[in-house]
Design a protein around this ligand. Structure first.
Ligand code: GDR
Length: 325
């Protein structure tokens, strides 16, 4: 999206033994980005990334974002999802406090508040180590806004999905599973708490909102959501219905996919975003499930035809394009 708006985009990446650039390949932007190795745990690398790129806007979308894993690695999650945001803000304060900063906040911070809708005034009651880490990040962002006058904005995004969603998250787990079952490649879909309700929207639209937030005169906190709430069961039922199957014949429940504590019900009220930045969602729940399911069916059919996705193979960074000191 930023490239299409004419931005020069620098992206940081963490060096891992198996590189993970498949989304950049799928979007066909791998060669259009400027890649800088960095690590949220290493402040020097963040300072360096900001020095090299000299940005006017920084979007912090990085986190250990899978809620289940945060229960297994709560301290690591706090350091990556929480404390690291202070490192980024400190780097901005030292190097160029005029940089506009976006922090990816999360509906997971609301936890189990038991309000019909959640908005910017709802109190927080996180129900996972991840939610607690995100809450720390949100508050430290606000402190840098109020204490130092940095343009630091929080986007409280509810679940946002697309065919690029990781396979471990429930939306893509369902659409990928249903695609495989419909093509005879799998027998069952094994899920956890199917009574949990979420407000699921279409990620590309949410990124438009994120960009708009940084184009405002003043920073702030904005809820981005659809205002619709559906259960995991509804999601699975609809996906199976689309391919003409009865979900009850294929969905199995396994305790392994339950969390020690879960968020029961999320439904966002995006009226502030609508009023202040002129944003509203376009894709509804049914539309989202169809987009994701159709893409997964297309991919599996291509694979059956012996045509591999261009982003199938692990892709190593093109070292001549990686910017280092
Ligand atoms: P969530 O997304 O935790 O809301 O966080 P996820 O898709 O993982 O879970 C949604 C709900 O589905 C229930 N569930 C299952 N979840 C997974 N992953 N796998 C299953 O088999 C399964 N069965 C039931 C979960 O218990 C949960 O209630 C996402 C992430 O992207 C966060 O990083 C982000 O901050 C928030 O959305 C907004």
């Amino acid at each position: 999206m930023l490239l299409s708006k004419g931005y020069k985009v620098y992206g940081t990446f963490r060096r891992t033994s198996t590189p993970n650039f498949w989304r950049l390949m799928a979007l066909d932007i791998y060669s259009k980005l400027h890649l800088i190795p960095a690590d949220l745990l290493d402040m020097g690398s963040l300072i360096e990334a900001i020095k090299i790129s000299d940005p006017h806007e920084v979007y912090n979308l990085a986190a250990a974002s899978f809620v289940s894993t945060a229960f297994e690695q709560p301290v690591g999650n706090a350091e990556i999802t929480g404390i690291a945001v202070t490192k980024l803000l400190e780097s901005i304060r030292f190097l160029n406090p005029k940089i506009k900063f976006y922090q990816a906040s999360s509906s997971e911070m609301f936890g189990n508040v038991n309000t019909k809708f959640q908005n910017e005034n709802t109190h927080f009651s996180p129900a996972s180590p991840y939610g607690v880490s995100k809450l720390y990040a949100q508050w430290i962002t606000k402190v840098y806004r109020d204490a130092y006058g940095i343009f630091a904005t929080n986007g409280l995004l509810f679940n946002h999905e697309s065919p690029l969603r990781g396979i471990e998250f429930v939306s893509r787990k369902i659409t990928n599973g249903v695609a495989k079952i419909s093509l005879g490649l799998e027998k069952n879909l094994v899920l956890g708490n199917i009574n949990a309700k979420r407000d699921w929207g279409f990620a590309p639209e949410y990124m438009e909102a994120v960009h708009l937030m940084l184009q405002q005169e003043k920073p702030g906190d904005f809820v981005i959501s659809t205002g619709e709430s559906h259960s995991v069961k509804d999601f699975a039922k609809l996906a199976f219905e689309i391919v003409g199957l009865d979900w009850r014949k294929f969905v199995k429940i396994d305790k392994r996919f339950f969390r020690p504590m879960d968020v029961d019900h999320l439904r966002g009220d995006y009226s502030k975003a609508k009023r202040k930045i002129g944003w509203q969602p376009k894709t509804n729940f049914e539309g989202l499930v169809k987009i994701m399911l159709n893409e997964d069916i297309k991919r599996w059919k291509m694979s059956l035809d012996g045509k591999f996705f261009p982003w199938d193979a692990p892709l190593y960074p093109n070292e001549s394009k990686v910017i280092t000191r």
